[in-house]
Design a protein. Structure first.
Length: 177
């Protein structure tokens, strides 16, 4: 159960997350990118309309491009990490003769290592889903809107943590619960 404790939830990756991961991986492999909804204006047309807190300057196309680029780069890294971890897990599960004759301590250590790898893979999938969601919000023109109160999240917060979906006030309230 170390995998679920590290992940912070008692859930396994949903098939929806898996489908998004596979779809993202296949689109990267074929070179096709389908990030913008049909009929939606390009992100460059919405840059000046993204919400910011009072006292902050509006988003520039360069700043938004930097955030998008960072998210895409992190997605590529996460996909590579997930592929590597899945290969290692498959290798461990596929070699049934490896554990023959092990005592209980060795079997426990191997089980712990396998659960740890599964937990890291699950966490990487969650980060990938959060990045994809942030990219979708950029494309939809809702990037920077708090999902709880509807106020602006803040440009500085989004530049520091581009996956943020809550403003600082709502996030603090959520963490107190």
């Amino acid at each position: 159960m170390a995998g679920t404790a590290s992940a912070g939830r008692g859930k396994t990756p949903s098939s929806d997350t898996t489908r998004r991961t596979r779809a993202s991986a296949s689109s990267k492999a074929t070179g096709s990118t389908k990030r913008r909804r049909a009929g939606a204006p390009p992100a460059s047309d919405r840059v000046g309309r993204l919400p910011v807190r009072s006292g902050e300057e509006r988003w520039t196309a360069e700043e938004l491009a930097a955030v998008r680029s960072g998210l895409n780069q992190e997605n590529d890294d996460l996909l590579a990490e997930i592929a590597r971890a899945e290969t290692q897990i498959a290798d461990r599960l596929g070699d049934t003769s490896e554990g023959a004759g092990d005592d209980q301590a060795d079997a426990g250590a191997k089980t712990y290592a396998r659960e740890h790898e599964l937990s890291l893979t699950y966490n990487a999938r969650e980060l990938l889903a959060q990045n994809e969601r942030a990219l979708h919000r950029i494309d939809a023109g809702t990037y920077g809107v708090c999902e709880s109160c509807g106020n602006a999240i803040g440009k500085a917060r989004l530049q520091a943590f581009p996956r943020a979906t809550l403003c600082v006030t709502c996030k603090q309230r959520e963490e107190r619960r």
